[in-house]
Design a protein around this ligand. Structure first.
Ligand code: BG6
Length: 487
């Protein structure tokens, strides 16, 4: 075990929704596989008053609900809950935070990870209280949930406040997409194979599409979501991270500095979208009533209970102005209540330069489709001859070299993103976390688009729930001679 392995893991916001759905089940998964350090203790904190036993019961209930039955065993649940403790903390109250600090001091044996899974407005008071109580020095690290702010300015405020307590290399900003198996596989595909690299540039690639389509609506998070919208909630972070990993140069090493430096170069190459171009380079949509799986569902306004122009769908044609990508459109889109749940990176290669078979023999460009979720698949679409005598010209069919990760590795458990992120934080590896300059540069680009929307008065266009988004999105891509890959 490395000397900086955490011996105490503190979760602020331990009674929240994310904790129940993702964080506690991920700790459980690590426990089952014997990956939690032997003596590591877990301290949960929230506003609700509870003692250790009541919180352990809360944990058991969450595990029952969010872990598959066949993965739950009494022995593992006991082994996990034996490590778990709880103390309520009111972050705005110095006395409460002092007694919380006393608890940490009493439990501390070595390195500590603090995971701030609270609303971002608490990041400053929590990190300040930790610093005031001498709990943020060497041997401690802090994980920050998204959203880091609401804009460049608010992100800077948060980052500056947290930097007063923790140095940058001990701040782990979470983008849970970076912990997903499919996203890791994108890196493996790009940098573990020599085949793609020579083709991975503007000379051979015609267009790239990155889609995160969700079928869920705003699910009781309306208050947060309405102040945020798809641009801030998904594009600023998850979509831009996927763009970076797809477009970046090969890092020299798989370590935090090398990987983040390459991502920053991509972000700094993004062409700003001003008010003159925003109506043709972006699309904003909002879902109206429609049908999902044959069942009627209400529109966003009904879900929210008030009028709003917040976008639940966004599409952008991003341009990466560097040698590798100049001229290749990166179409990014994400939306709620879309036709299907799918996170897909679609890379379309250029047409053959000249058809030797004549105009009657139609070919389609090759494409590499990386499906990140719900399935993890890689497909390479190629042209094949359709069997026949071809007396009137050769006929082509599209065939797919198709690799299904779930099928291929079916004996291996699929791990939720937080298992990897938690293990990395416990072991002090920040590669899959986001550095300050990345998040701020992403905000700067996104802020320009949002300001351009306002200056240009660009309103949302409606799309019915259960469809692939508004017509403005179809028009955006069609204007460039392309169409969305909706399979
Ligand atoms: C979160 C967003 O960051 O990601 C949610 O706030 C969104 O609105 C979620 O639903 C999607 O994550 P996943 O892992 O389900 O694709």
């Amino acid at each position: 075990m490395a000397s900086n392995t955490a011996q105490l893991f503190v979760i602020f916001g331990a009674t929240g929704d994310l904790s129940q759905r993702m964080l506690l089940p991920s700790m459980y998964g690590l426990q089952c596989d014997g990956l939690l350090p032997d003596n590591m203790q877990i301290l949960g904190s929230g506003r609700t008053e509870m003692d250790d036993e009541e919180f352990r019961e809360f944990v058991r209930t969450a595990l029952k609900e969010f872990v598959k039955d066949d993965e739950l065993t009494d022995a593992n649940v006991k082994a996990l809950t034996d490590r778990i403790h709880y103390q309520a903390a009111d972050v705005g109250d110095a006395t409460s935070m002092k007694s919380f600090a006393d608890k940490i001091n009493a439990m501390r044996r070595g390195d500590v990870v603090y995971h701030l899974s609270t609303a971002p407005r608490f990041y400053e008071p929590i990190t300040k209280a930790l610093a005031d109580n001498d709990l943020s020095g060497a041997g401690t690290r802090v994980m920050l949930e998204k959203p880091i702010g609401f804009s460049l300015e608010t992100a800077q405020e948060i980052n500056t406040a947290v930097a007063k307590a923790f140095e940058e290399d001990r701040i782990y900003r979470v983008d849970h997409y970076l912990g997903k198996e499919g996203v890791q596989n994108l890196l493996a595909l790009r940098f573990g194979n020599a085949l793609f690299e020579p083709l991975w540039n503007a000379r051979y690639i015609e267009q790239v599409q990155i889609t995160i389509a969700e079928t869920v609506g705003v699910e009781g998070r309306g208050d947060y979501y309405d102040g945020s919208g798809a641009m801030r909630d998904m594009l600023q972070n998850h979509l831009l991270q996927l763009l970076c990993l797809t477009a970046m140069e090969p890092p020299a090493h798989f370590d935090p500095t090398s990987v983040r430096n390459e991502k920053i170069k991509v972000l700094s190459s993004l062409r700003p979208i001003n008010e003159h171009h925003v109506a043709i380079e972006t699309a904003r949509g909002q879902y109206t009533a429609g049908a999902m799986n044959g069942e009627a569902v209400p529109g966003y306004i009904e879900d929210l209970g008030k009028d709003s122009d917040t976008e639940t769908f966004v599409a952008v044609r991003a341009q990466v102005d560097n040698w590798r990508w100049r001229g290749v459109p990166f179409y990014l889109r994400t939306g709620k209540r879309m036709a299907d749940r799918a996170t897909t990176i679609y890379i379309q290669f250029k047409e053959v330069p000249h058809s030797i078979f004549g105009p009657a023999s139609k070919t389609k460009p090759n494409a590499l489709v990386i499906r990140l979720q719900p399935e993890e698949k890689i497909e390479l679409n190629l042209m094949s001859k359709t069997p026949g005598l071809d007396r009137h010209g050769l006929k082509f069919s599209e065939v797919s070299l198709d690799f299904d990760m779930q099928e291929k590795f079916k004996s291996l458990r699929r791990r939720p993103a937080y298992e990897r992120l938690y293990l990395d934080a416990i072991e002090g590896n920040g590669t899959l976390f986001v550095r300050r300059d990345e998040t701020e540069m992403a905000w700067e680009w996104v802020d320009t688009i949002i300001a351009s929307w306002q200056e240009a008065g660009l309103k949302c266009t409606n799309y019915a729930a259960g469809t692939w988004g508004p017509t403005t999105s179809t028009n955006l891509i069609a204007r460039n001679g392309h169409e969305w890959y909706d399979r």
